[in-house]
Write a protein that binds this ligand. Sequence first.
Ligand code: UT7
Length: 332
Amino acid sequence: MTASGASIIISSIGTYTPERCVTNAQLPAHLETTDEWISSRTGIHQRYIAPDGQEASDMAVLAARSALQKAHLQPADIDLLVVATMSPDYPFPSTACLVQGKLGMRTVAAFDVHAACSGFIYALEVASRMMQSGAYRNALVIGAEKMSSVLDWEDRGTCVLFGDGAGAAVLSKSSTLGVGVIDCLLCSDGMRPELLYCPAGGSVQRADAEAIAQRANFLKMNGKEIFKVAVRLMADSAEQILARNGLTFADVDCVIPHQANVRIIDSLAKQAGIPREKFFVNIDRYANTSGASIPLALNEALEQGRIKSGNNILLVAFGGGLTWATSLVKWL
Ligand code: UT7
């Protein structure tokens, strides 16, 4: 609720994925991978890859335009813009500022949230809390990733797992009480940042010739270790957020999980005791799009009629940092 008593709702979602679709079979031969390995270990069958010249901000703009159109709003109606990305156009300035410029928006509050694959839920919490203050009318919360630009295309252990895309949500106020973004739980554990990180390009190591020769300017991931903790962390935080809102897993109508690995989603369903059919899964077509994964899945769940008015929706994600996050949304 806002200071004035209104709820903060997700009034529309828009998405964009690049034109080029790359199936597992179309991945470069030098990777020495197979469709069988990728699909059985992850559930991924294909991913979309953006061309040179189409950056995270460009995909964010296209997703935002679609969301604005669905909400019957103009860029001028937005006064808060938050972008979640771990593959920004530049280390600085923020991708949100680039999106603000490309959309031709007014000089509004625009900034990035950096929480890797949990970024969209982090951004949702930040934007909805700012709106609750009463100082903003409508917000755009965008997850946008050009993961292909940070991947090491020589490393089959990571490059087959990710894809590019963007999803944007318009947040607005509603006078209906007790709907929209009910609660978010954001968590982090920075004791082992190297589980998912990019060694070079920050202050520790410049992205110079030596770093490039070491391929240190690309994403590194210890997928096995992340897999071990991801399920427990997501299940615990989901249980916590439900408990503090007087709900149990039985009250959840639909779960929109971060799409990192279908086996992680299967294990989460089992651990939480939520029927697997309540989990929306589209990793087969998009792979792991990091900050864009939740809005890409939420949009498809809506389009397929999987979410109805009055439903309790659980958004749940985890990623580099480590970060993990859960949001409880009551659909209007
Ligand atoms: O988005 C948030 C953060 N990230 C994640 O959520 C990722 C979580 N982790 C995972 O999804 C899984 O751990 C992976 C999909 C990354 C890996 O699956 P795994 O079952 O844990 O496989 P593994 O890493 O243990 O590798 C098993 C074998 C290895 O061969 P050896 O050492 O057993 O001979 C790898 O070299 O599979 C090999 N391998 C591959 N083989 C064919 C690794 N990548 C590939 C590949 N194609 N692309």
